[in-house]
Design a protein around this ligand. Structure first.
Ligand code: C2G
Length: 132
């Protein structure tokens, strides 16, 4: 085990196995895992809809995982560099739907992308629940 600090970001709405898998993979890269959970306002600005679970619930779920060490609300996509520096992250890890999008931070930390877990997404769960 190294002593690296790993940071990742996400909405983690209607928490599912894809979220669990990526957080587990992120944790395996280092010693400390820090997770930025998108605030409701940020989520609305990204996706034009409110998340199903409010931000405090999403944060509480992520925080409860044994391999998550620190959580905070990600208030703005533009603050990523600030967050990486503030939390002294050595590695930024994300799912590969973000492939290449965060390479600009490779001057301050390593940037890693993991393959997404196939066949599961919050959008799909919402569609199934609505009977679409
Ligand atoms: N994920 C995954 N497999 C899935 C679904 C999601 O690996 N089947 C990963 C995504 O790639 C992401 C993380 O789980 O790394 C969180 O996904 P979302 O909750 O959809 O997060 P998103 O809305 O993409 O927010 O600043 C970046 C954003 O805050 C990321």
């Amino acid at each position: 085990m190294n002593n690296k600090r790993v940071i990742t970001f996400g909405t983690f709405d209607v928490f599912h196995i894809g979220h669990l898998n990526i957080l587990e993979r992120c944790a395996s890269l280092g010693h400390t895992l820090i997770v930025g959970v998108s605030s409701d306002m940020l989520n609305y600005s990204k996706k034009n809809r409110n998340p199903i679970y409010p931000q405090n619930d999403r944060l509480k779920i992520v925080q409860s995982l044994s391999f998550v060490d620190e959580v905070f609300f990600e208030e703005s996509l533009e603050k990523k560099r600030e967050y990486i520096k503030f939390y002294k992250a050595d590695i930024l890890a994300m799912g590969d739907d973000w492939q290449g999008k965060f390479d600009e931070f490779s001057d301050v930390c390593d940037v890693v992308y993991f393959p997404r877990t196939p066949s599961i997404s919050t959008t799909k769960i919402i569609e199934i629940a609505k009977g679409i």
